[in-house]
Ligand binder design. Structure first.
Ligand code: N01
Length: 539
């Protein structure tokens, strides 16, 4: 093909991924803007995170009525959530319903993993190649690949000789796994391990949990949504959505300004006790404003949770092993649970500290730590993800002058607003590093990004422009700002996936933007209003 020739199959916008982000992007680009687009999806169905993560106990830890799209009143009025925190199959059904309702399926190409995305400077287009060698080109690319979609499976020697079955929670078999009568090992005590533990323990003959870092978990307090509650939510959706859009976290929580030191010890305990009963993220969000800023304040919450662990877990030695002490509460993504600590009172559950006695290898029979061998029939890796950068670096992305994304991000991710990367024109990242993303209620962050990106594409087309690219200095300033804001909090104190600490060799950079969704949204709007300040627009 010669320069500037575009074939029939070429697209205005290529969208990678059919989760929450990709579905909404497709709806806007195709239905509201009338552009030629296609979604490329590695799975054989929609859902993204909710397609892959089918492990036992998988459940949303944000409440259903705001962990959902807000863009369609009809959708929110017609959909019925069954409970406070919906389980994975229900969220997947919801996303399948969205795909059906907005007739998205014909423009999604399933079982198609994009392996390379190369910019063609001469044609000002992106060339995409799939795993099967199929090629297409697009004027714009929207990566809707999720923040937690590249699995992290530790490279323990010997896994290939294990005679039992092993699974990663992020690629759970669709037909499920039968644990009955089995000796099960589970590695990892993040949100996933904490959700899976009680469910596996109830089914398996024996469950061994290999814990490297104890975590702070708060009860979810899941319950069915009564018809009255559901009706009330539907009546008040406008206010709920507005509260989400204007809050720092994208949640409709009460705004709390009091500091932990503003109240007496007795009042503080009462506030924590009440919120422990309410359950979920409200414990962190609705207690005190300084928990993630001030170490002393944080320690009051941490101590409260530690006391709860000691009270729930009957064996004092096990309780002691479960006490988190190496990071401030909330600086790792706070899990919420249903009977996690209670599960350690079961006869068939054993906790192994692999910080003290690390895992040396996987043997034919099970897991060998420095101290012992644990015989297992099934091994579950709840070991998380190469977060935020993994899904992008997993594709061979090359920008202007064939610069690779991996070289641009050698010292860690650098973006302008988490929306674009200097040197990679017309390529947009949804909830990329440098945006609030994983620190917020994801659907709110996703809708904001998709709306900003599609408005930006609309603006370019209206103004006869064909190219937008982040300026180097704007990007540098944003990266500096993201890091400065994070440094004003306790977040960088934890060895979390927020800083890439869970993946050996990954550059330590605090990836999400801590400044708040409300502040960030305003900033992005101002950038657009000022003629896309910090970007070069051209044709
Ligand atoms: O992963 P994680 P996750 N040897 O990285 C351990 C979202 N999510 O899948 O802490 C031994 O948090 C690791 O130990 P350490 C949510 O945002 C949402 O649980 O690194 N252990 C840790 O205990 C969440 O934060 C929902 O020392 C090893 C665990 O594995 C994110 O997904 C539900 C190890 C990994 O924890 C990721 O959660 C579930 C090794 N070599 C998850 N390597 C919702 O409900 C790792 N570990 C919406």
């Amino acid at each position: 093909m010669t320069v500037n020739e575009v074939s029939e199959s070429d697209l205005d916008v290529a969208i990678i991924g059919a989760g929450f982000s990709g579905l909404y992007a497709l709806h806007r680009v195709r239905d509201l803007m009338g552009l030629k687009t296609r979604v490329f999806e590695a799975g054989d169905g929609v859902g993204g995170t909710w397609y892959w993560n089918r492990y036992p106990g998988a459940r949303c830890d944000s409440e259903s009525y705001y962990y959902s799209y807000s863009f369609s009143e009809e959708l929110e009025q017609e959909w019925k959530w069954s409970s406070r925190y919906p389980a994975q199959p229900e969220i997947l059904n919801y996303l399948e319903h969205v795909a059906d309702r907005f007739k998205l399926l014909p423009d999604i190409q399933f079982n198609t993993r994009i392996t390379s995305v190369h910019f063609d400077d001469a044609n000002n287009r992106w060339n995409l190649t799939t795993e099967n060698g199929e090629k297409t080109s697009a004027h714009f690319v929207v990566t809707a690949v999720g923040c937690l979609s590249t699995r992290n499976t530790p490279n323990f020697p010997g896994l290939d000789q294990f005679t039992g079955d092993w699974y990663h929670t992020g690629a759970w078999p669709h037909e499920g796994v039968d644990f009955s009568g089995k000796r099960v090992g589970l590695i990892g005590t993040g949100s996933t391990g904490i959700q899976a533990t009680p469910v596996i323990a109830a089914e398996a003959k024996h469950l061994t949990i290999f814990q490297r870092t104890p975590n702070f978990s708060v009860p979810a307090r899941n319950e069915p949504l009564s018809p009255e509650m559901a009706a009330d939510i539907k009546k008040n959706y406008k206010e709920i959505r507005a509260a989400c859009r204007t809050s720092g976290g994208g949640f409709p929580f009460a705004t709390i300004e009091r500091l932990a030191s503003d109240v007496t010890e007795e009042e503080r305990q009462k506030i924590y006790s009440d919120l422990w009963e309410v359950g979920g993220f409200r414990f962190l969000a609705e207690s005190f404003a300084d928990l993630l800023i001030d170490e002393e304040a944080n320690n009051t919450a941490a101590e409260f949770i530690r006391a709860k662990i000691r009270a729930i877990v009957k064996d004092p030695q096990v309780a002691e092993m479960l006490l988190p002490t190496d990071h401030p509460y909330g600086t790792k993504r706070p899990p919420i649970d249903t009977d996690y600590y209670e599960t350690f009172n079961r006869e068939n559950v054993e906790l192994v500290d692999v910080r003290k006695a690390p895992i040396i290898e996987i043997t034919r029979k099970g897991v060998r730590t420095k101290n012992a061998e644990y015989e297992l029939d099934v091994l579950v890796f709840a070991t998380g993800f190469d977060a935020m950068t993994g899904p992008l670096l997993g594709m061979d992305i090359r920008g202007s002058n064939q610069q690779t994304l991996s070289s641009a991000w050698e010292a860690g991710p650098r973006t302008y607003l988490g929306l674009q990367i200097a040197g990679f024109p017309n390529l947009f990242t949804v909830t990329g590093p440098g945006s609030p993303s994983v620190l917020t209620n994801m659907p709110v962050a996703i809708e904001q990004h998709v709306e900003w990106i599609t408005s930006c594409i609309g603006y370019l087309r209206e103004h006869g422009l064909t190219r937008i690219e982040a300026k180097d200095d704007a990007q540098e300033e944003w990266v500096r700002h993201v890091s400065e804001v994070a440094d004003g909090t306790l977040y960088p104190r934890a060895n979390s996936w927020y800083v890439g600490a869970n993946v050996p060799g990954k550059s330590r950079v605090f990836m999400p933007y801590v400044g708040g969704m409300d502040v960030y949204r305003q900033h992005c709007d101002d950038v657009a209003e000022n003629g896309y300040e910090g970007f070069v627009l051209s044709n």
